[in-house]
Design a protein around this ligand. Structure first.
Ligand SMILES: Nc1ncnc2c1ncn2[C@@H]1O[C@H](COP(=O)(O)OP(=O)(O)OP(=O)(O)O)[C@@H](O)[C@H]1O
Length: 350
């Protein structure tokens, strides 16, 4: 009983403690050193990219890292994967201390970096097969795993093409395929679906989920796409300026913004600011081109809808949408700023 309690409060290095968290990060600090000015390049100040990050990922969880550009997500995952040494703090993956033993990461996890050109010269099939071999599979097993993953991600028609001759989305999909070969208990994926069409995205999420369901894999995922994040993630840590500013389930995070709803108005052309009620809404709207986004209490949102659909403003209105809070609203409530880009919702730094 005592042993259990010790394991639960995380104070003892016991078996229970080891298995309770798949990943445990504590007090992680990483500062990139300053770079002095040269003749053509300006000086770069020191950047504290991890500023005391503490978090735990449970076994079998799909855990997301969400945050604006430059928040420190990639820096965090590069430390998690043993590629970057923290200045301070601890990293434990499946009971292994990766600060002391960074090389063990290769046996414990598969890492898909944000950008990689390492496989560019290989064909899609050979990239998957080689990764399998590097992860200790014998040749027949590597070929079996290769065929399975190419089939799973619908990459068969591209199997014999070198990665460097593929489109951006296709290349990304081939890199995901290679990362998934050779079953690692932890998958660390840095923006895996960037540049992919909806079919490819869906295939990737299904493949990731299958590894969790059938092999109990744990997944740490960096993403900008909050809509995608809401459907895929069990829990999410919101990172900003090297810190975890919130960590919960998507539902739990959304509950923190209360019952606010989001009203989006899209005007045909310019908004009719000569209509006094529209001019009044303008003051509280986040304006992005023809699109206005307002965050309102339900009653105020109803009033605003009847105002823009019932009066003279209606002729100028192209579309409107009422939505319950999204992770993006949570992010905004936490002090960030949201911005839609090319129809996809993303996060940008305030
Ligand atoms: N090699 C480096 N040298 C110096 N500063 C760096 C280096 N890599 C990243 N940084 C800085 O560290 C901070 C965190 O960067 P990081 O790449 O971890 O952010 P990120 O959250 O992954 O961003 P993005 O969403 O744009 O990929 C940024 O301010 C960035 O400019």
């Amino acid at each position: 009983m005592t042993g259990m309690r010790q394991a639960v409060d995380g104070s003892v290095e016991g078996v229970e403690t080891r298995t309770r968290a798949a990943v445990r990060v504590s007090g992680l600090v990483k500062t990139y050193p300053p770079v002095r000015a040269r003749r053509r390049a300006a000086a770069v100040p020191a950047v504290r990219a991890s500023d005391g990050v503490t978090l735990e990922v449970r076994p079998g969880e799909i855990f997301g890292l969400l945050g604006p550009n430059g928040a420190g997500k990639s820096t965090l995952v590069r430390q998690l994967t043993g590629l970057l040494r923290p200045d301070e703090g601890g990293i434990e993956v499946l009971g292994h201390d990766l600060v002391r033993h960074p090389r063990r990461a290769a046996r414990l996890l598969a890492y898909l970096a944000q950008e990689s050109s390492a496989l560019d010269e290989l064909t899609v099939a050979l990239a998957a097969e080689t990764t399998g071999r590097l992860r200790g599979l014998d040749l027949p097993a590597a070929r079996r795993a290769r065929d399975e993953v190419l089939d799973e991600l619908d990459l068969g028609p591209l199997a014999d093409r070198p990665l460097k001759r593929l489109s951006g989305g296709e290349r990304r999909l081939a890199c995901v395929a290679a990362a998934l070969v050779g079953e690692r208990p932890l998958l660390v994926l840095d923006e895996p679906t960037t540049g992919m069409d909806p079919y490819a995205r869906r295939a990737v999420w299904a493949a990731v989920d299958r590894r969790r369901a059938e092999h109990g894999a744990t997944v740490v995922l960096v993403t900008h796409n909050v809509i995608e994040a809401e459907t895929v993630l069990d829990r999410v840590a919101v990172i900003d300026r090297g810190r975890v500013i919130a960590c919960d389930t998507p539902g739990g995070l959304k509950a923190t913004v209360g019952d606010e709803v989001r009203l989006e108005l899209v005007w045909r052309d310019a908004a009719p600011l000569d209509v006094p009620e529209v001019a009044a809404l303008h003051g509280t709207a986040a304006v992005s081109g023809r699109r206005w986004t307002l965050r309102l209490a339900p009653e105020a949102a109803r009033e605003a809808v009847s105002l823009v659909t019932g009066g003279p403003a209606f002729a100028a209105l192209d579309d409107f949408r009422l939505a319950t809070p999204s992770l993006e609203d949570v992010y905004v409530a936490l002090g960030g700023r949201a911005e839609g880009a090319d129809g996809a919702e993303g996060l940008v730094k305030a």
